[in-house]
Design a protein around this ligand. Structure first.
Ligand SMILES: [Zn+2]
Length: 440
């Protein structure tokens, strides 16, 4: 297959942008990137996708999500993180989250993400084996973490059951081309030291990545200082959890020493501007982290705390949040934000050898984006266009591992009508469950 014509934004190490470029794809890999004439002369294609007048770029990488929570979109807003979690989300999950809920919620999340050009996501939820199953069915790529938490979860009522489930889950998905099964201890405020250490040991025994929320809100920093006399990052370093296999979501309340620690251990971090602004959790020190060499990816967080999964919007907000909080319009330029949504997201997930840029030898995960809408015309700088002007709805075609999953906005792997219908049915069930007296 050849994707030909258009402005090819490679996000390779030279940050090449090729006008009238092309990508040649064989199987699930890119075999060549270059000028259209040159590629057309070198390869015969069974299928050519015309990308004339459009942007061709790497698929976006959503480095932190809870896809199934799409069914809780807008269930409780305008609250602090701890009130939102403890008073609304944990109780709603206890009453509603089943394998069927997770399957339909994840399909809804994936539908939204694919329509917005996201080709890889990192997920933390329950019944993660079902998350992996529907992700694979949709042809999407994922680093999918089974949540370990110190209270009875919707899927596993005890920690022993959770660890047994997770081992089985890791075994099930070993070696899959699309799915990386991961272990996801929720956070330091919902997991004991032993739970955190046991989770890390399980992950490392199986060569699986570790996904965890780190230093998300002021209460987490205060609790950590009071209990351990350390910041969350220092505490996680001390107990042996940090390493080059860890992705920390948020990492907002991190001082200079913490940032050095994260860089030292090769921890990847995930920035979630909408969610952080909405719960007033704080502003991640993105610029200091990038300067220290920490891989910082971009993310939507779950739809219940955002309330959408649109990485174009997150790019726009990530740039503006750094600018306004520092009163410096030069902070975090557009090109760096595109790096965060692509190659740095891949680095944060420790997958930069496979995805994140358009280069020969990498997986063929790419998107074709229309630039002809009024809000996108004219285009002077391709990076400014991507970050400040384009919207998720401008994405026309999505290719993952050489397979077209959305073609001119038509979904090829998901039944959109059925998913939206199921979401409405679930809305009724969820509302009824919240009206019922507690204990039901
Ligand atoms: Zn989260």
């Amino acid at each position: 297959m050849i994707v030909a014509g258009g402005t090819v934004v490679t996000m390779d190490s030279a940050k090449r942008v090729i006008e009238d470029g092309a990508a040649a794809v064989r199987g699930d890999e890119i075999v060549a990137i270059g000028k259209r004439d040159e590629i057309a002369g070198r390869y015969d294609a069974a299928r050519t996708i015309d990308a004339h007048g459009r942007i061709v770029m790497p698929g976006l990488i959503n480095s932190h999500a809870h896809a199934a929570m799409s069914l809780f979109r807008g269930i409780a807003d305008d609250l602090s993180l701890d009130d939102w979690l403890r008073k609304y989300i944990f109780p709603a999950e206890a009453r509603n989250v089943t394998p069927d809920f997770v399957a339909w919620g994840t399909r809804l999340g994936i539908l939204e993400m694919l329509r917005g050009g996201i080709t890889e996501y990192a997920d933390m939820y329950y019944f993660e084996d079902d998350v992996a199953r529907v992700t694979k069915e949709a042809g999407m790529r994922g680093v999918l973490g089974e949540t370990i938490i110190d209270f009875p979860a919707p899927d596993n009522k005890t920690l022993d059951a959770a660890f047994a489930y997770t081992q089985k889950y890791l075994d099930h998905w070993k070696g899959d081309p699309l799915i990386v099964a991961a272990v996801a201890p929720h956070s330091i405020y919902t997991c004991s030291e032993k739970t955190l250490q046991d989770s890390a040991a399980l992950a490392r025994k199986n060569g699986a990545p570790i996904l965890i929320h780190i230093a998300e809100a002021p209460f987490e920093l205060e609790e950590s200082r009071a209990k351990h006399g350390l910041t969350p990052v220092a505490y996680l370093g001390k107990i042996g959890l940090l390493g080059p296999d860890v992705l920390g979501a948020h990492c907002i309340w991190t001082n200079a020493a913490d940032i050095t620690t994260l860089a030292h251990y090769g921890v990847g971090c995930s920035h979630n501007p909408s969610s952080n602004m909405k719960t007033a959790a704080g502003v991640m020190p993105v610029i200091e982290m990038r300067a220290a060499g920490v891989a910082v990816g971009l993310a939507t967080d779950g739809a219940a705390s955002n309330n959408n999964q649109d990485l174009f919007e997150e790019m726009d907000l990530a740039a503006k949040l750094q600018k306004i909080s520092r009163m410096d319009p030069r902070a975090l330029p557009a090109q760096q934000v595109v790096e965060m949504a692509t190659i740095d997201g891949a680095r944060a997930l420790h997958l930069e050898k496979q995805i994140g840029s358009l280069e020969a030898g990498k997986k063929a995960d790419l998107i074709i984006v229309d630039v002809s809408a009024p809000h996108a015309t004219p285009m002077y700088s391709v990076y400014s266009e991507i970050v400040f002007a384009l919207k998720a709805t401008d994405v026309r075609t999505v290719v993952i591992g050489g397979r077209v999953v959305m073609d001119e906005r038509k979904m090829l792997t998901l039944n959109e009508d059925e998913i939206l219908q199921k979401a409405k049915e679930y809305q009724k069930k969820i509302l009824a469950s919240l009206a019922a007296p507690s204990g039901n």
